[in-house]
Write a protein that binds this ligand. Structure first.
Ligand code: SF4
Length: 676
């Protein structure tokens, strides 16, 4: 009996670790380390080690389903697609919205946005990056010219100060935590901001700034004010590579450090230590994630971290910069491919000029020139919705309200690998192939494009996402614009109209373990691990300071809801949990949702460890198992986001960032009581 070891890349977080899958008789029976892979050098976290198990889950979708008389019935592809076409022909451009996912490949995402723009005539196409990292583009394009990660993963080890901001690195990016740990072994200092005393605080941080939730801008302003008072700003860098310093300096001169101490709850001496440590570093590297961005002031928070980097000259060098840690496999690529209502592929901003460019590139006329609806707006406003690979019923704040809106939708198509929570509301459910059942590229956290190949046959009638969309486009009368026979043909079209990908080919990717970092302008270009070495990508080539005034969270505790609720991830689960909750080994570790409660608060509320408690906010209530721990400070409760039975987003608030339209899922007011 032959056993084959086939190399592939982990389907979960955006590190992009390599692994070998062990194949026998056409089935994956195990996973082995890929020691030569430069991202992970043989190591994988628990999710990666068990990455293939879910594809054999019994409830895998294998046939198209159409709702008839209130119940789903299996139908042929022809019947399902014909029904969708009939319905979509009823939709005006204003009626229709397409929601893609960070889990789609580049080729899938590219075809989805092209379908939305060319066939449906609207820019209302988004992906779940809107819910977590849209502040990166909103803040960093004006500040530096790109919202992408600025240094590569291996280069993090070059930094001598790593500022880990709002990301529990040990659990959410374990292989990047290993890089930080290696840098630390060489003498680097690690500063960490998080309201929780997480594993990252305990094992990685030298300076843990345990700030109150939602007070990041007050902290950063205070740190910058200390840096200026100490004369530690990088004067040469500011003079040669930045603009807007005088406005920032004037603003910071008014910062009251005592008030900052009260707002943040961080002792002034700790702020001072962190500020001086970061400012004095040769290479300071900011790694930030949702703890910074998932606020109604997320864009402001990112702007302020960019200010800090520019102030100290920590950008444009390997192992430096301000780096947004996109959490999911194709968090970078789905945005690069244009699944955003304000950007066509290559982050070309929606408008007349961009529409003209793509009309020529695609051989079409009348492409939409106005921004479409954002992710959350679509859920409330579009009567015709097409959702692929994501689960808004888990991922979007205030889901009880979202559900009411979706129940009124004229027509909802869900395309996925499992019957997710959103699929339960759909009119048609289409079965998609998983990452090992088709060929594709993804773009991982550090703009690293890698290719994955088909390892096993797709089960039943499952199909690659791009194939399904192309079939629909053909039936809608656009065969010649979507006449792709393979993912490789789609990638060739991507290369022709996304300049960052121009020099990357399937052949090059097949032969380059670890992939190629965009921008890669030509086929003989090695790729770009570090951004902005000579200049920033702004029109004048300079980094731009943007003054940020601190604003408190949208909802603060009161007598009725006396605690702060925050949300996050577990190392054993991934995002909405659709894959990891179907992975027995991971479910053994963390089988259900829970809430972390500080011992002081537990005693006040009469909660004992493992009690079932009821959590209630102004949006809804859930039950969860109490875990009493000093990982959370008094007054703070934490729940993970992966479990539908304890759905965090039934509680969260949809206060939106005015620039990025990202919601404040990291802070709201909540009460807790033992279930009677
Ligand atoms: Fe997979 Fe991320 Fe874990 Fe690597 S760190 S094995 S990419 S989940």
């Amino acid at each position: 009996m032959d056993i084959n070891y086939v190399p592939t890349i982990c389907p979960y977080c955006s590190c992009g670790c390599g692994m070998y899958l062990v194949i026998r008789d056409g089935m994956i029976i195990g996973q082995e380390p890929w020691k030569e892979h430069p991202v992970n050098e043989g190591a994988n976290c628990p999710k990666g080690k068990n990455a293939y198990q879910y594809i054999y889950s019994e409830d895998r979708l294998k046939m198209p389903l159409v709702r008839k008389n209130g119940a789903f019935q299996e139908v042929s592809w022809g019947e399902a697609l014909d029904l969708i076409v009939t319905q979509l022909r009823e939709a005006t451009p204003e009626d229709f919205g397409f929601i893609a996912s960070c889990r789609n490949s580049n080729e899938d995402a590219y075809v989805m946005q092209k379908f939305t723009r060319v066939v449906m005539g609207t820019n209302s196409v988004e992906y779940c990056g809107r819910l977590c990292h849209s502040p990166a583009a909103a803040a960093l394009i004006p500040a530096m010219g790109s919202g992408a990660m600025q240094t590569s993963q291996p280069e993090i080890e070059l930094a001598d100060c790593i500022f880990v901001a709002g990301v529990n690195l040990q659990e959410t990016f374990p292989l990047i935590a290993r890089r930080v740990s290696r840098a630390k072994a060489k003498g680097a200092k690690v500063i960490y901001t998080d309201p929780r005393n997480t594993a990252t605080a305990r094992y990685l941080a030298d300076i843990h700034l345990q700030l109150k939730s939602g007070t990041d801008a007050a902290l950063i302003n205070a740190m910058m004010s200390i840096i200026l008072a100490e004369g530690l700003e990088n004067k040469d860098f500011i003079a040669s590579r930045a603009a807007g310093f005088d406005e920032l300096r004037n603003f910071l001169s008014k910062v009251d450090l005592k008030q900052a101490e009260e707002i943040t709850g961080v002792p002034l001496e700790k702020m001072r230590e962190a500020a001086i440590t970061y400012a004095k570093a040769e290479r300071g590297c900011i790694l930030y994630d949702q703890g910074i961005s998932q606020h109604y002031v997320g864009t402001d928070n990112v702007r302020d971290h960019a200010n800090l980097a520019l102030l100290c000259g920590h950008a444009g060098k390997p192992g430096s910069g301000i780096n947004s840690m996109r959490g999911q496999i194709n968090g970078e690529g789905s945005g690069d491919m244009g699944c955003l209502c304000v950007f066509y592929p290559g982050f070309k901003r929606v408008g007349e000029e961009t529409a003209k460019f793509f009309e020529e590139a695609w051989g079409v006329a009348n492409l939409p020139t106005k921004p479409g609806l954002t992710y959350i707006d679509m859920l409330y406003k579009c009567p015709y919705l097409y959702i692929v690979g994501g689960d808004p019923m888990m991922a979007v704040p205030d889901v009880n309200n979202v559900k009411k809106a979706l129940e009124k939708a004229n027509f909802l198509v869900v395309q996925d690998i499992f019957p997710t929570e959103i699929a339960k509301l759909a009119h048609v459910v289409l079965p998609a192939a998983t990452w090992v059942e088709r060929e594709a590229t993804h773009t991982w956290i550090d703009r690293r494009v890698q290719k994955v190949n088909r390892v096993v046959e797709p089960p039943g009638e499952t199909k690659p996402d791009w194939w399904i969309i192309c079939q629909l486009a053909e039936k809608m009368g656009y065969k010649d614009k979507f006449d792709f026979a393979s993912a490789g043909e789609i990638f060739e079209e991507i290369r022709s109209c996304v300049p960052q990908y121009k020099g990357i080919t399937y052949d090059r990717l097949e032969n380059k373990v670890g992939g190629i970092h965009w921008p890669c302008p030509s086929e003989d270009h090695p790729g770009t691990p570090t951004m902005f070495l000579q200049k920033f990508n702004t029109p004048d080539g300079l980094g731009h300071f943007q003054v940020v005034e601190f604003k408190p969270p949208a909802e603060v505790p009161d007598d009725q809801y006396p605690y702060v609720l925050t949300t996050g991830r577990s190392i054993f689960h991934y995002h909405t949990g659709a894959m990891t909750r179907r992975t027995p080994r991971l479910v053994d570790e963390v089988p259900r949702g829970f809430v972390q409660v500080n011992p002081e608060d537990a005693s006040k509320e009469g909660v004992k460890d493992r009690d079932t408690v009821v959590l209630e906010t102004r949006r809804g209530s859930i039950e969860a198992e109490a875990r009493i721990t000093d990982e959370v400070r008094p007054g703070l409760l934490f729940i993970p986001i992966h479990f539908p039975d304890s759905c965090a987003n039934a509680l969260t608030i949809s206060a939106l960032d005015p620039s990025a339209k990202c919601a404040e899922t990291k802070v709201c007011a909540v009460k807790i009581e033992v279930k009677r």
